[in-house]
Write a protein that binds this ligand. Sequence first.
Ligand code: ATP
Ligand code: MG
Length: 201
Amino acid sequence: MAYCIGLTGGIGSGKSSAARLFQELGAGVVDTDQIAHELTGPGGAAIAAIRSQFGAEYIAADGGLARAEMRRLVFSNGAAKKELETLLHPLIRKQAVARIAEARQPYVLVVVPLLFETGAYRELVSRVLVVDCPEEMQIARTMQRNRLTADEVRAIMAAQLPRSERLARADEVLRNDDDIDALRRQIGILHEKYLALARPS
Ligand SMILES: Nc1ncnc2c1ncn2[C@@H]1O[C@H](COP(=O)(O)OP(=O)(O)OP(=O)(O)O)[C@@H](O)[C@H]1O
Ligand SMILES: [Mg+2]
């Protein structure tokens, strides 16, 4: 099993951007958001269970999850949200473990947005890297990308661990408060450190 590092951070902090830069350097990346998307896409392994538990109206014409309908349901119905999470989370974790086992890179970054909040990935990873930026930047970047209002982004942030708490639990921190080149420089240094840690001694 490859040496694993958890990569986490608040919404819009730069997790996906950081993962891409590590991947360019030769690190393995297993992204739980991407796995969730695949499981719920056309032909995905979660589709049959979603159809039987929620009904055919939550399956789109292409055979994938009807995302807008499901978003509307779980937004207004806490029990349905819980039910969907209970269905998806074990499938996501199982797929993440399978991809880690297959990885041939010297180490693997496991991207888990709610790594500290759920705890389900903590024992899979040897250390945790937190991507961090000021909250105002998180809000501005997420608003721009997802066409959300500042209040909508703040509501999502309120359901996540406070920034100070996340930083306190980090083994390493990537400060993503400057341009992408500044992020790339920090990642170059961390990549060397992780290669050394992953090397069998
Ligand atoms: N250093 C940076 N400079 C400028 N833009 C950035 C920087 N880092 C990230 N961004 C932009 O901010 C947005 C959020 O970044 P990214 O998608 O990497 O964050 P994330 O943590 O994966 O977000 P999510 O929680 O929604 O998955 C993206 O549009 C990205 O291009
Ligand atoms: Mg992301």
